[in-house]
Design a protein around this ligand. Structure first.
Ligand code: 5GP
Length: 179
């Protein structure tokens, strides 16, 4: 399929399943080297987009790990500090542990920065960030991204877990908006 239609928009074929899996193999090699001696790292997969990437990535991990699926919710607090973040689904203690955030894509970095700030309130030993995709031209944060699968230009993509208004998540390959 070279072009697909989701709702009102067309998307053209962009990254093959083979390219995705090669990128995951490279990430897995790095992570196996870095994390094999850590004591039961906790992988936090950020729903919804990272579900497919997470399933493929953790099958390549050669050490024991624990996996939780989380969502980041923002809501207005009652105090003047404004926005408060909450990690939904974090049922395991992270104190003193190596935590690996598994994200589908980092764009401006706002989401990942909030997640790391919120996690740090729980006093982990260290937080590592793993993202399949990064839009480097959009990324404005100073936070170091430990594991980046593929760098892509600033364009809206779908597939391999990523959606456009709920459609496209099941696609095994990645498509980019046809403008
Ligand atoms: P950030 O906070 O880094 O700007 O954005 C991160 C989140 O925005 C991702 O977790 C993802 O949900 C969404 N996002 C960013 N770029 C894209 C894209 O190209 N396609 C889709 N489907 N979602 C995106």
């Amino acid at each position: 399929m070279n072009t697909i239609r989701l709702h009102d928009k067309s998307f053209k074929h962009y990254i093959t399943a083979n390219q995705i899996h090669k990128a995951i193999d490279a990430l897995a090699e790095q992570m196996n080297n870095d994390l094999k001696n850590e004591n039961l790292p906790l992988f936090l997969s950020v729903l919804n987009g990272a579900f497919m990437f997470t399933a493929d990535l953790i099958r390549k991990m050669e050490f024991d790990l624990e996996l939780s699926f989380i969502k980041l919710a923002s809501y207005s607090g009652t105090q003047s500090t404004g926005e408060v973040n909450e990690i939904i689904g974090l049922n395991t203690s992270v104190e003193g542990r190596t935590v690996v955030i598994v994200e589908d894509i980092v764009d401006t970095g706002v989401t990942i920065e909030k997640l790391v700030e919120t996690l740090n309130e729980h006093h982990p030993k260290q937080v590592k960030i793993c993202t399949l995709l990064l839009k480097p031209d959009q990324y404005k944060k100073s936070l170091y991204l430990d594991y980046v699968g593929l760098k892509i230009p600033n364009a809206f993509i779908v597939g391999y877990g990523l959606d456009y208004n709920s459609l496209g998540r099941q696609l095994p390959e990645i498509y980019v908006i046809d403008s």
